[in-house]
Ligand binder design. Structure first.
Ligand SMILES: C[S@@+](CC[C@H](N)C(=O)[O-])C[C@H]1O[C@@H](n2cnc3c(N)ncnc32)[C@H](O)[C@@H]1O
Length: 294
């Protein structure tokens, strides 16, 4: 089954029936809640019992936001899918909900938000769903507005499923250009199924001293998700990497590639053809190396 991002734009993919199916799956609830708890942990808010004002970007039907409420925080949820937000309203989630496209910027006042999480959403920004969509410009609008609305020293933890190393690099570059410092934390890097990738970003100059948390399971510690998480995404990030300065991504960020060559691409294309998908013919350009930046 192709990934949701490859099937339709998010506001179309997450229609009424998909939004309901998503929110009634106990398996999805369990996985998304675990990821949200980990994102909140990586946010590293002061442990002083004071509720904070947080963002949940791509909040969907409110599963991730519920983790924020359970920890007594206030939150504002952004989502592009009316159907997902309708389900969130029906479920009476405690956050304030906004129907908005994060790729157009968040439009919030500067310096008012104490932290942000985003669970399984920002990879959608790498798609060009309309002729007017330019992923690099949309990432710039998103990260620029996120940086501006956060208080200095606040963190944003964005869990994502990136398609390949150049996509991860494009996302990190946009974050660094906006002014963030930080890097990538990969939990359970040795498990295809349980591996989860988080961008841990810090806003403002104090961020230069921030050390990046260690990913879980880097030393093959066991993971209960290993057998039951079938949200198997093909993420190329294999290690925890830190970037502590703007504009220095290519020097500091070394993401290993899996080395998928032409034979692998042709095999995958044949598999898609056998499943009845329309796939472009194989040519001498198939699987050619593209530049990471356009
Ligand atoms: C896999 S769901 C995750 C929902 C929620 N965070 C959770 O953990 O259950 C991804 C969500 O991202 C939203 N999304 C995708 N692209 C978006 C965009 N450009 N702006 C706002 N939301 C977007 C989708 O509509 C969808 O609700």
């Amino acid at each position: 089954m192709p990934r949701p991002e490859f099937q339709a734009p998010p506001e179309i993919f997450y229609n009424d029936s998909e939004a309901r199916k998503y929110t009634t799956s106990s398996r999805i609830i369990e996985i998304q809640s675990k990821i949200s708890e980990r994102a909140l942990e990586l946010l590293n808010l002061p442990n002083d019992g004071v509720p904070r004002l947080l963002l949940d970007i791509g909040c969907g039907s409110g599963i991730s936001g519920e983790t924020l409420s359970e920890n007594e925080h206030h939150w504002i949820g952004f989502d592009i899918s009316q159907s997902m937000l309708d389900v969130a309203l029906e479920r009476e989630v405690e956050g304030d909900l906004l129907l908005a496209d994060m790729g157009q910027g968040l439009g919030l006042r500067p310096g008012v938000i104490d932290g942000a999480v985003s669970i399984s959403a920002i990879q959608w920004l790498c798609n060009a769903d309309k002729s007017s969509h330019e992923p690099i410009a949309r990432l710039k609008a998103f990260f620029g507005s996120l940086y501006r609305c956060l208080t200095r020293g606040a963190r944003a933890v964005l869990q994502l499923y990136s398609d390949n190393a150049s996509q991860s690099e494009m996302i990190m570059k946009a974050a660094m250009r906006a002014g963030f410092a930080g890097g990538v934390v990969v939990d359970f890097p040795h498990s295809t199924r349980a591996r989860k990738t988080y961008l841990v970003l810090t806003c403002g100059s104090s961020s230069m001293q921030t050390s990046l948390p260690k990913g879980k399971g880097e030393d093959r510690e066991s993971c209960s998700d290993d057998d039951d998480d079938d949200d198997e995404r093909d993420v190329d990030d294999k290690q925890t990497v830190g970037i502590y300065d703007r504009h220095r991504l290519s020097k500091r960020m070394k993401i290993t590639k899996k080395g998928k060559g032409k034979a692998w691409v042709i095999k995958k294309k044949n598999q898609m053809r056998n499943k009845g998908y329309s796939v472009p013919p194989d040519t001498k350009y198939t699987a050619r190396k593209r530049k990471a930046c356009f």
